[in-house]
Structures are given as structure tokens and as C-alpha cells.
Design a protein around this ligand. Structure first.
Ligand code: ADP
Length: 712
């Protein structure tokens, strides 16, 4: 179908053509002919990178222009929300307003009412449903990207509940990778189903074993050495490769090793450019390894990378400056980063149950990254067989069907919070109406029975009653109590709120940061750091040394002890953070990477805030005040005396400390000082100085030119 033939507003067609899109791909055309433009639900299950997002974009914009209300687009990761937001900005040319919202779960975000397209993570949108901003009523369309994640043990429940809430209230579009039972999902959604394995670039798949690639079509190719030669070969052909491995450590090690091999293949100008790229990285242990890899045109990509580094790697790879990226499956699932050749080095990974095979669904998504539209005539995806039988791999991953999706609703931790939210925010006021709601879920659609779930729901309700989240009258009617209401809004697990409640008296008597951090690291909302065997006794010593500061008693039981020490290690890290230990040092001491530190601080910020709110609800004002101050220290990673300074724009923990040590201790000190003197402080350039003054609301008298000229 030509773009011109699309039954949509002419302005939409003009924007599409402006993006160089003249013709729709066959599955896109099929989807757009399915009455989805008239408001019908749609499930689109087609391979990765074959243009699902574009279908959703066209429908969103057309529906908005037809006056059908706002569109909400939900994604599984923050990074993806940003990526989609940037992509959707083009529609602002038609006068639409696009917004993105992630994080900060205790907000109503009424400001979003001014926007037409809202990109959000699933968790964020779920929290918005609980806060009930006025604009929710205006949502006419919900797009669920990567809807197959409904089958993911740790994220599925949230997505399933969002969809259950929105079904019947808004049009739903589900975008899915190819799965085993799309019919079942479509039926639940009351959606037209479009399934296809059409791809914009032809894909050839094969298995590598003992120096030989056997292609699915029977073809055979010989390679001189190990699987690494598959990447070397791609680069020799002037193309790029994406390698998938099962752990971060492998990703880094393989990247550095490959880099040595690649260096020889690169030209002098290429090497110079890479050197420049490497020079842009901040100093920390992860970046040191990344720098080493970059020098040979290779990078690694995983959840431990900092945000800037991740974007740098993605952009440089797309631009062809980085030739090979070695990635873990986690991050690369959604990010738009195609390559001529995809090499899957690992098909097994280590989990709580030991070594397990990676699901077909995931391997097929990785393979789908092969082939760059417009550049490659075909893409190649090659699975490496080590000890595995190559024929079995071929059968399972290349000719096999992806797994079926199963509802994960009974997953305990998320379910507990969801039941509370139903009672608090969605007017479910008896056990019967709770069960009635659950009958509308995918879980029930799939099993036609709630027996197992009913038991679980009963357990949760007892827990909520016992801990005063809700109360029940003689007729069995539920009423939410203040603690329950606040917990649902804060978007924390009720078990987390209970743990806070149980120890707030102690905090009220003797507040201290280590104790508070230890407590929050013990909650189910905070995944604590691992403690290695050889560190164990050191942390036991530390526990006894700090015993008087901890609010939870040191356990005797071995399993409990491990949990306790992991939380203690996490708490100590956060203590170092607010005592201004340099970031690189923290990463080295605790064996974590920039992305981990960032996530940990963000989580701790949210949990300290939540603890303060629980304290407030329970009438413990002293603790609430103490915790609110502590939250600010966590957010900025500083000692108390720097709090006024970090409020200024572009002033983080490092610059604030430098200013303070140079004698500029308060906002007045800075306002009174001469700009030349402030400029002498380490890390304060003209740009920062300008921001700093604008933050102070101080007008600097400049007669001619910019502040920059003035200070020269
Ligand atoms: P998916 O969401 O299925 O993973 P995307 O929507 O990200 O895939 O599409 C991948 C790329 O293909 C994007 O850069 C998109 O702009 C481009 N694309 C989508 N549809 C077309 C089309 N009909 N013609 C040309 N390019 C397209």
C-alpha cells in the first residue's frame, strides 16, 4: 500500500513522506485496513524491527485528529520511553503535543492534561491510574509496546492490570514480538489479530559449529577459526556485527578481546575518531574497560552502563564508527540498533534454577536485529554451538515456535500491591467484587478458573486487615485506612510499608542514616547487593560493630544472615554516597557499575521518601522531618551542609563541594562574590557560571557581549 492510499488525514501522509516513507510494509497495510483507524482494538504480532511503532503512530495521530481523545503509549523501560518520545516529536509539526513521563510515582501529573500523546513506562502509568488525574477520562487510545512482556515474571502483572483497567474504556493496540499463542491474547483484548513473519530485510539464519556455518537453507560456509571470525569477517566486508552473550562480565571481556583483533582492520582516521570518542568518557572502572574496547572499534552494551555512555555507544554504532557491539539480552531487546550480522554466542544463562535455555522468543528477538533496512540486502543471524548439539539448536531456535504466553498475575509481590490498589483506588469494596474484577483478567481468560488465585487473594486480604491497611465491617465490606491509602499511592509493596511501620518507633527515638538505609534495603522493593563468600566475615564484623545503629536484630539463621548482610552492604554503600565518597571509588569498592549506582540511588530516594510519608501518616512528625532531609541528601549524594548549593542548576555533588571548600558556603556568599573569583573554582566554567547566576535570580551587569566575553 502506498502512503498516498492511506485513509488518513493528508497532513499525516505529508509527515510520513517527509520521513522518507512512501510505501507501507505489507503487515502495516494489513493492520491499518483492520478498522483500527475506526477505533477497534488490534494486536499486531510481527517480528522485531518490522515497523510496529509506525502503525501505532499513524493510528494515534489519526485518532487524535478525529477527536477521539489522548493517546498513551506504554513501554517497559525508561530508556525506551525517551527513545519513543524523541521519535514521536515529529508529530508536533501537526500541532500535537507530545510528553514523556517516567519515575516519581507519587504524583498526579495534572500537567499532562495539556498533551495529546503521552509516553510512559508501565509502572508510571499504573501509578497514574491510582492517583486518578482528571485527564485519564480523556484517554481514547492505549498502546502497549512489547505486550508479550505480559508473560514476564517480574513485569507481567503490572501490564496485565493496566490492560484490565483500560479494556472497554479506551481503544487498545498491543504490539508484540512473535509468540506462541497470539490468538489467546487477541481474544482477551477483543482485538483483531495481525500476525506475520514478513521482514523489511531478508534474514538468513544459521548455526556455527567447529568452524562451519550451516545455514537454514542447507548452505555451508567455512571460517578459519573460532566464532570470533564471524565478527572479523563482517567488519572486513565493511559491515557491523552485534554479539549477544549471557552476562555483563562476558560482554566486557569479549568486547575487549575482539577489540584487539579489530584494531588491525581499521584505518588511521577511524582510529583517531575512536580515540576521541574514548576520550569523552568520564573516569570510572566500567568506562576504563569501555575505553579499551572502543580503541579497536568495539563496545559493550548492558544495564551497567551509564546513560550517557549507553547513548554514545548506540549513536556511534548506528553511525558505523563502532563496528561491533557485544550486548546482554536485557537492554538490546527494545533499542533500535540493527546490524548486518547478529552472532548469538550463548543460548543458556544462569538463573535461580541453575543453567537454563534462553527462551525461543528471546533468541528470535535477538536474531530479528539482523539486517539494516536500506543498507543491507539481507541480514544474517548465527547461533554459536559450543557443547550443544548444533542440529538441536537449529531445530529449537530456527525452525521452532516461540513459547506461549502465560499470565503472571499470581506473582506474589506485585499482586499484593495490586490487590491493595484495587481496594483503595478502584472502589473494590468486598471480596466478591475483588473476584469479579479478577475475572476480567488474562489470567482468568486463560485458565477459566480463579481457584488458585482466590487462595492467594485471601492471603493478601488477611495481611492487609491484620496490618491495618484496610478494615472490614460485619457484612464483609472493605474500607481503606490511611496507611493503606498512602501505601497504594506511594506505589510501594504493602510489605515494605509494614516493615517501615514496625520500626518507625525506633527511628523516632534515635534516627541514623545507616539504620534507615539498612531497613529499606531489607524491603522487597530494593534488590540488595550480593555478598561474596570471602566478604562474609568482614560484613559480620561490621554488623556487630554497628549493632547499636541498626533497627533490625542480627539474625542467627544462615539464610536470614545472608539477607541481612546483603542489606547491610547496600546500606553502607548509600552511607558512603551521602558522605560524598567519589563515585568511581564507590563503584570499585562495591563492584558495581554506573547504571547500578544510578538505579540504586533512585530507588533509595523513592523509598526514603515513602518512609517519610508513612511516618507522617502515622503521626511521627520528627521522623518524617528527619527522613525528608535525608531524602535530599540521598538524591544529591551530599552531606547536609551542601544542600542549599545543590539546588542550583548544574551544581552536582562535586561542584557543590568545590564551591563550599573555596569559601562559598551559602547562596548569599555566591551572590556577593565577584564572578571572576567563582570562576576560579574547579569545575566552574562560563556555562556553569551563567546557569548558576540565573538560578540565583541575580542579574550580572554585563555591558557588552556575553558573560563569557566579560570573564575572559
Ligand atoms: P518495531 O517497532 O517493529 O521494532 P520500528 O517501528 O522501530 O520497528 O521500525 C524500524 C525502522 O523501520 C524505523 O526506523 C522506522 O522508521 C522504519 N520503518 C517503519 N515502517 C517503514 C516503512 N513502511 N518504510 C520505510 N521505513 C519504515
Amino acid at each position: 500500500m502506498k502512503v498516498d492510499e492511506l485513509p488518513v488525514d493528508e497532513k499525516i501522509k505529508a509527515v510520513l513522506k517527509g520521513r522518507g516513507i512512501e510505501e507501507l510494509y505489507p503487515p502495516q497495510a494489513e493492520a491499518l485496513r483492520s478498522e483500527v483507524l475506526d477505533g477497534k482494538n488490534l494486536l499486531l504480532a510481527i517480528p522485531t524491527a518490522s515497523g510496529k511503532t509506525l502503525v501505532a503512530e499513524i493510528v494515534m495521530v489519526e485518532r487524535i485528529l478525529r477527536g477521539a481523545g489522548k493517546a498513551v503509549y506504554i513501554v517497559p523501560l525508561k530508556a525506551l520511553a525517551e527513545e519513543k518520545y524523541r521519535e514521536f516529536k515529529v508529530w508536533e509539526a501537526l500541532g500535537l503535543r507530545v510528553a514523556v513521563t517516567t519515575g516519581d510515582y507519587d504524583r498526579k501529573e495534572e500537567w499532562l492534561g495539556r498533551y495529546d500523546i503521552i509516553v510512559a513506562t508501565a509502572e508510571k502509568f499504573d501509578s497514574l491510574l491510582r492517583h486518578g488525574p482528571g485527564w485519564l477520562r480523556e484517554v481514547g487510545l492505549l498502546v502497549a509496546d512489547e505486550i508479550h512482556l505480559i508473560g514476564s515474571p517480574d513485569r507481567g502483572t503490572t501490564l496485565e492490570m493496566i490492560l484490565t483497567h483500560m479494556l472497554g474504556k479506551a481503544q487498545i493496540i498491543g504490539l508484540s514480538a512473535t509468540v506462541g499463542n497470539p490468538e489467546e491474547l487477541a481474544e482477551w483484548l477483543g482485538a483483531r489479530l495481525v500476525v506475520s513473519d514478513w521482514r523489511p530485510v531478508r534474514l538468513r539464519k544459521g548455526v556455527f559449529y567447529d568452524g562451519i556455518v550451516r545455514w537454514e537453507d542447507g548452505g555451508v560456509e567455512k571460517y578459519p577459526t573460532g566464532w570470533e571470525s564471524l565478527t572479523v569477517d563482517a567488519v572486513k566486508k565493511g559491515k557491523g556485527a552485534l554479539v549477544f552473550v549471557n552476562t555483563r562480565r562476558s560482554a566486557e571481556r569479549v568486547a575487549v578481546e575482539l577489540s584487539k583483533k579489530m584494531k588491525r582492520l581499521l584505518t588511521k582516521p577511524e582510529l583517531r575518531e575512536l580515540e576521541k570518542l574514548a576520550g569523552e568518557l568520564e573516569d570510572n572502572p566500567t568506562n576504563k574497560r569501555l575505553r579499551e574496547a572502543l580503541r579497536g572499534g568495539v563496545a559493550f552494551h548492558h544495564a551497567g552502563l551509564g546513560r550517557e555512555e549507553r547513548l554514545l555507544v548506540e549513536d556511534a554504532f548506528r553511525a558505523g564508527r563502532i563496528k561491533v557491539v557485544v550486548a546482554t539480552p536485557t537492554l538490546s531487546a527494545g533499542v533500535n540498533m540493527p546490524a548486518f550480522r547478529v552472532v548469538i554466542r550463548d543460548t543458556k544463562r544462569y538463573s535461580d534454577f541453575g543453567w537454563t535455555d534462553i527462551p525461543v522468543l528471546e533468541i528470535q528477538q535477538m536474531m530479528g536485529r539482523a539486517g539494516r533496512p536500506k543498507y543491507d540486502e539481507r541480514g544474517e543471524a548465527i547461533i554459536v554451538a559450543k557443547d550443544e548439539d548444533p542440529e538441536a539448536l537449529m531445530k529449537r531456535y530456527i525452525f521452532g515456535k516461540p513459547e506461549k504466553l502465560f499470565s503472571m498475575l499470581s506473582n506474589e509481590s506485585t499482586f499484593r500491591g495490586q490487590v491493595l490498589a484495587l481496594i483503595v483506588s478502584f472502589n473494590v469494596r468486598s471480596f466478591r467484587s475483588l473476584m469479579e474484577f479478577l475475572e476480567r483478567t488474562f489470567y482468568y481468560h486463560q485458565r477459566r478458573s480463579l481457584e488458585a488465585l482466590e487462595e492467594r487473594a485471601k492471603g493478601v486480604v488477611y495481611f492487609l486487615l491484620e496490618n491495618e491497611f484496610i478494615e472490614m465491617n460485619l457484612e464483609g465490606g472493605f474500607t481503606p485506612l490511611p496507611l493503606g491509602i498512602r501505601t497504594a499511592q506511594l506505589y510501594v509493596d504493602p510489605l515494605t510499608a509494614k516493615l517501615f511501620k514496625d520500626h518507625l518507633e525506633d527511628i523516632e527515638k534515635g534516627p541514623n542514616p545507616l539504620g534507615v538505609f539498612h531497613l529499606l534495603a531489607l524491603t522487597p522493593d530494593m534488590p540488595p547487593l550480593p555478598v561474596r563468600r570471602k566478604e562474609f566475615s568482614d560484613w559480620v564484623d561490621y554488623a556487630y560493630e554497628m549493632e547499636e545503629y541498626l533497627y533490625v536484630e542480627i539474625p542467627w539463621d544462615g539464610y536470614e544472615m545472608e539477607k541481612f548482610l546483603r542489606a547491610l552492604k547496600t546500606a553502607k554503600l548509600l552511607l558512603d554516597w551521602i558522605n560524598e565518597v567519589p563515585e568511581a571509588k564507590i563503584m570499585e569498592n562495591y563492584g558495581i557499575e554506573p547504571g547500578d549506582l544510578h538505579r540504586l540511588v533512585e530507588l533509595a530516594d523513592w523509598l526514603v521518601y515513602s518512609m517519610a510519608e508513612v511516618a507522617r501518616v502515622l503521626g511521627m512528625e520528627n521522623s518524617a522531618k528527619y527522613l525528608r532531609d535525608l531524602q535530599l541528601r540521598v538524591r544529591h549524594g551530599v552531606r547536609e551542609e551542601l544542600l542549599p548549593l545543590v539546588k542550583l542548576p548544574m551544581i552536582g555533588r562535586k561542584r557543590a563541594r568545590a564551591l563550599y571548600n573555596a569559601g562559598f558556603k551559602t547562596l548569599e556568599d555566591i551572590a556577593k562574590a565577584r564572578p571572576e573569583d567563582i570562576k576560579k573554582v574547579e569545575g566552574i566554567g562560563p556555562k556553569v557560571l551563567e546557569a548558576l547566576y540565573s538560578g540565583l535570580g541575580v542579574k550580572v551587569r554585563i555591558r557588552k557581549g556575553t558573560l563569557d566575553d566579560f570573564l575572559k
